[in-house]
Design a protein around this ligand. Structure first.
Ligand SMILES: Cc1cc2nc3c(=O)[nH]c(=O)nc-3n(C[C@H](O)[C@H](O)[C@H](O)COP(=O)(O)OP(=O)(O)OC[C@H]3O[C@@H](n4cnc5c(N)ncnc54)[C@H](O)[C@@H]3O)c2cc1C
Length: 288
């Protein structure tokens, strides 16, 4: 049963940041798709719950060829999935959203809530890390921008201080000759992944791999980069043998847990297989 709390409803972002600064035991709720579960289970009780769902000034998707994509924190998964500009410039992001939860959850859950929640199994983080995304966080004292690759510190933990909140997610323009791919392994089509793997590959003028980013979900206590796997690819003309070697490296360097869904060993195997496939898929897109 949910324990009593005082409900706070800010009218704008400035008010929200002041409320966070003024109330020590205050938790943000947006879509409630993740937060209400531990609250209902009695695992989490708060004195103040601040509802930011109505902050429409944070609900937007903007694209500019020079600056890239900006999404406000209260933008829903469904808005991202359906956005024409995202389908055109970052198709991997729209495709990932199509497989995130049900339509009902995507209609209500938000990108800011998903990233702040910090579930290692969340789908957006590995995709956004491969796209070099940053999150803008704000407090009453000011704003800072944090690369998503350094945002997560431990299980369900981020670099955010208590009085800070995510206000925007920023993705730079995709470099020329770049492809990006993401998939997750799950038994139910739109469930959380047993593991998830994102890859982006950038080719140079000679067709060799100029840059590679491989990000893993549910393969450690936080989303992580598979940097050894990336190094297998960078600077080389890519072949099936190299994709397989990158997969092996990712399977070795990840640090998954065993739980009711899969053993550590099976997760390592899945990371290897999916890294090989996603790196190849990203390469094929970059080659087009
Ligand atoms: C049935 C079901 C299936 C799901 N399947 C998937 C799936 O397949 N893949 C996947 O990735 N996710 C999945 N989810 C999780 C869910 O989609 C997201 O985690 C959810 O969208 C979070 O957004 P929210 O707005 O609901 O956040 P809330 O539940 O409101 O908040 C989540 C956390 O983020 C904090 N928070 C919210 N907004 C901010 C902000 N702007 N700044 C700082 N902190 C903030 C809250 O304090 C809380 O700690 C599923 C959820 C459900 C219920």
């Amino acid at each position: 049963m949910i324990q009593d709390f005082t409900y706070l409803k800010p009218g704008n972002v400035k008010e929200a940041l002041a409320m966070l600064a003024d109330h020590d035991d205050c938790k943000i709720v947006c879509g409630g798709q993740s937060l209400l579960i531990p609250m209902r289970q009695g695992l989490l009780a708060v004195e103040y719950l601040m509802d930011i769902k109505g902050l429409n000034e944070l609900s937007y998707i903007k694209y500019d060829a020079k600056e890239g994509l900006k999404m406000g924190a209260t933008t829903t998964h469904r808005m991202i999935e359906k956005s024409d500009v995202i389908k055109k410039h970052y198709p991997v992001l729209a495709a990932m959203e199509e497989r995130l939860a049900s339509t009902q959850t995507r209609n209500w859950g938000t990108i800011g809530g998903n990233l702040a929640h910090g579930d290692a199994a969340g789908d957006p983080a590995p995709v956004l890390i491969t796209l070099n995304a940053q999150v803008k966080v704000a407090s009453a004292k000011g704003e800072r921008v944090v690369p998503l690759g350094t945002f997560y510190t431990d299980i369900f933990e981020t670099v955010m201080e208590h009085e800070e909140m995510i206000v925007e997610i920023q993705i730079p323009p995709m470099p020329a000759k770049t492809g990006a791919a993401y998939t997750k392994f799950n038994l139910l089509q739109n469930d959380m992944g047993v593991v998830g793997v994102g890859a982006s590959i950038t080719l140079d003028a000679n067709g060799a791999c100029k840059d590679a980013i491989i990000a893993l979900g549910n393969a450690a206590v936080t989303p992580i980069r598979a940097k050894n796997a990336e190094q297998v690819l960078v600077g080389k003309k890519l072949t099936d043998k190299l994709f397989a070697e990158a997969g092996e490296a990712a399977g070795q360097e990840c640090d998954p847990v065993s739980d009711i869904h899969a053993s550590e060993e099976f997760r390592r195997h899945l990371v290897g297989v999916l890294t090989k496939r996603m790196a190849k898929k990203a390469f094929e897109q970059a080659s087009k």
